[in-house]
Design a protein around this ligand. Structure first.
Ligand SMILES: Cc1cc2nc3c(=O)[nH]c(=O)nc-3n(C[C@H](O)[C@H](O)[C@H](O)COP(=O)(O)OP(=O)(O)OC[C@H]3O[C@@H](n4cnc5c(N)ncnc54)[C@H](O)[C@@H]3O)c2cc1C
Length: 202
């Protein structure tokens, strides 16, 4: 899978929001050490977490399975725009020799991965027989690759990382959670370090 950070809100927007409450703009250092310490103190430690909602992150996530996608979609405090199988199955229909890596997420279990390949072969045959995308898509395996633009605020991202870096989470969404964390701007990562299961528990 691949995660690209498309855009993010600078930290000084969050410190500005916090300083609005006390009208302490004169104490700001334009997103420097003082403002970062304020964000950590108020947004994280004092649990005035609504101030973190001013920070938004926009990601382009590629190469995840539809199994992961349906779990990601459970996180309601985020926005998703997903590649549509209704409009894009043409590429599978028209490919001569199927490049399985392009279309499927593999688990490393040979029997399961072969079953996914067989499902993809069967789906291609259905499409080539003239069945429409809207009907044929019901034969898609959960391993079928998808991609999306995903936007989330810092408060919700803390919740996502804490739930999905946990050992109880599905391996693929756990991988995604760590990759999303690594894609964040370095100067923002302090906001999320306590949400990472690995750093807390291992
Ligand atoms: C290990 C694991 C196993 C899971 N297994 C299952 C499963 O078997 N079946 C299943 O259906 N789901 C399962 N889930 C999904 C889980 O139930 C949540 O839907 C998902 O993790 C999103 O979490 P969330 O609601 O905190 O996030 P979001 O939807 O992003 O919500 C963020 C926060 O906003 C608040 N919020 C959002 N909506 C409401 C609301 N309607 N009312 C009050 N507060 C709200 C809550 O504080 C919530 O934590 C599992 C999740 C994990 C991590």
């Amino acid at each position: 899978m691949k995660v690209t950070l498309l855009h993010f809100t600078p930290l000084n927007v969050c410190s500005h929001a916090i300083r609005t409450c006390w009208q302490s703009f004169d104490k700001s250092d334009d997103g420097g050490e003082k403002d970062v310490a304020l964000i950590d103190r108020v947004g994280n430690k004092f649990k005035h977490a609504s101030t973190l909602e001013h920070l938004h992150y926009n990601f382009y996530i590629q190469g995840i399975s539809r199994a992961l996608l349906q779990e990601l979609a459970r996180h309601r405090m985020a926005s998703l725009s997903v590649k549509s199988t209704r409009y894009t199955l043409k590429e599978l229909k028209e490919s001569e020799a199927i490049d399985y890596e392009k279309y499927l997420v593999f688990t490393g279990n040979e029997a399961v991965d072969n079953a996914s390949k067989n499902a993809l072969d069967a789906l291609q045959k259905l499409l080539q027989s003239g069945i429409s995308n809207d009907i044929a898509k019901y034969a898609l395996p959960e391993s079928y690759k998808s991609e999306l633009t995903w936007s989330i605020n810092a408060r919700s991202l803390q919740n996502f990382l804490s739930l999905r870096t946990n050992k109880a989470a599905l391996w693929e969404i756990r991988d995604l959670a760590y990759i999303v964390f690594k894609a964040l701007p370095k100067e923002h990562q302090f906001l999320f370090e306590d949400s990472l299961y690995k750093e807390k528990e291992e």
